[in-house]
Design a protein around this ligand. Structure first.
Ligand code: SF4
Length: 283
C-alpha cells in the first residue's frame, strides 16, 4: 500500500510575532484591525528594535485584543488605562520601548485625559489608534470620533456631536510625531509606524479602519472591500499639513500623511537633567 505524503500546513509569514495558539482572532470579516496589526508587525521587524525590549499595551475594545495576539511582552489593561500602564512601564524601566495599540473609544473617550497629558509630558511612547468611528465591541455606539450626523446604535437619527480630530488633538497636546493613514495605505502605514517606533518622545499614528459590522453597515458604506474603494477615492496624501485642517466629515475627504515630526526634550530628558543638577549642587 502506498503511503500518503504528509501535508505540512503552510506557516503564517508573521508566525514569529504572532501567538498562533491564540488564533483564530475575534475580528469580523472585512474589519481593518488585522491589517493595522500586520503593518505594525512589519514596522517592528523593520525598526530593528530588540524585541525583548518592546512592550505592547492595550485597553478594552476590538483593537484592544491585539495585545493578546502578538508575541511580545504584552499587557491587556483596563478600559482607558493603557497609557498610564505604559507610562509606569517606561518610567520604571527606561530601556523599554513602549507601544500602546488600542481603539478610538478606549484611548480618546475614557482614556482621553491620559492621552493629552502623556503627549503634554512628552513621555517616550508610541500610540497607535485604530479609529473605526464607533464602539465596535459593544454594539456600535457613538464615540468621540464618530462624525457629525453619522448613524450609530445610540444615534439612529444621526450624531449631534462634533468629533475629535485626532491628529490635531495629538499635536496640540504636544506630540512630536503625528501621522494618519487608512488600512488601504499599507506600505505607507508600515513606514510611518517604523518612524514612530524610532522616534524619541510621544509619537502618534492614527489608522482609519473599517467596521463593516456596525459603523459601515449603519451608514450604508458597504463591506470591507467597499471601504477600501472608498478610501482610495476619498483619501488625499498631504504631508506637513496643519492638523487643524484634517477634520473628517461623514463620506467626505480623508486627508492622510505625516503632519508633525519635531524634536523636543522628553519627560525623562528633563528628569535626568534635574537629577544631574541636584548631584552637582553642594550639600
Ligand atoms: Fe472590527 Fe467592527 Fe467587528 Fe469590532 S465589531 S471586530 S471593529 S468589524
Amino acid at each position: 500500500m502506498s503511503q500518503r505524503p504528509t501535508v505540512v500546513p503552510p506557516k503564517h509569514p508573521r508566525e514569529s510575532l504572532l501567538r498562533e495558539e491564540r488564533l483564530p482572532h475575534i475580528w469580523c470579516s472585512g474589519c481593518g484591525i488585522g491589517t493595522a496589526l500586520n503593518c505594525f508587525i512589519g514596522a517592528l521587524e523593520k525598526s530593528g528594535l530588540p524585541l525583548d525590549k518592546v512592550v505592547i499595551v492595550s485597553g478594552i475594545g476590538c483593537t484592544g485584543r491585539a495585545a493578546g495576539y502578538i508575541r511580545l511582552d504584552s499587557f491587556h489593561t483596563t478600559h482607558g488605562r493603557a497609557i498610564p500602564f505604559a507610562t509606569g512601564l517606561r518610567l520604571a524601566n527606561p530601556e523599554l520601548k513602549v507601544v500602546i495599540f488600542s481603539g478610538d473609544g478606549d484611548l480618546i473617550a475614557i482614556g482621553g485625559n491620559h492621552f493629552i497629558h502623556a503627549a503634554r509630558r512628552n513621555i517616550d511612547m508610541t500610540v497607535v489608534c485604530v479609529n473605526n468611528f464607533n464602539y465596535g465591541m459593544t454594539g456600535g455606539q457613538v464615540g468621540p470620533t464618530t462624525p457629525a450626523m453619522a448613524k450609530t446604535a445610540t444615534s439612529p437619527y444621526g450624531n449631534s456631536e462634533h468629533p475629535f480630530n485626532l491628529p490635531y488633538l495629538a499635536a496640540a497636546s504636544g506630540a512630536v510625531y503625528v501621522a494618519r493613514w487608512t488600512t488601504l495605505h499599507v506600505r505607507r502605514l508600515e513606514r510611518s509606524l517604523t518612524e514612530a517606533l524610532l522616534k524619541e518622545g510621544f509619537s502618534f499614528v492614527e489608522v482609519i479602519s473599517p467596521c463593516p459590522t456596525y459603523f459601515d453597515r449603519m451608514n450604508r458604506l458597504g463591506e470591507g472591500l467597499d471601504m477600501m474603494k472608498f478610501y482610495r477615492e476619498s483619501s488625499e496624501i498631504v504631508h506637513g499639513l496643519d492638523p487643524r485642517k484634517v477634520d473628517i466629515d461623514l463620506g467626505g475627504k480623508i486627508i492622510v500623511g505625516k503632519f508633525i515630526d519635531i524634536e523636543k526634550p522628553t519627560y525623562l530628558d528633563f528628569q535626568r537633567e534635574i537629577q544631574a543638577r541636584m548631584e552637582g549642587e553642594p550639600s
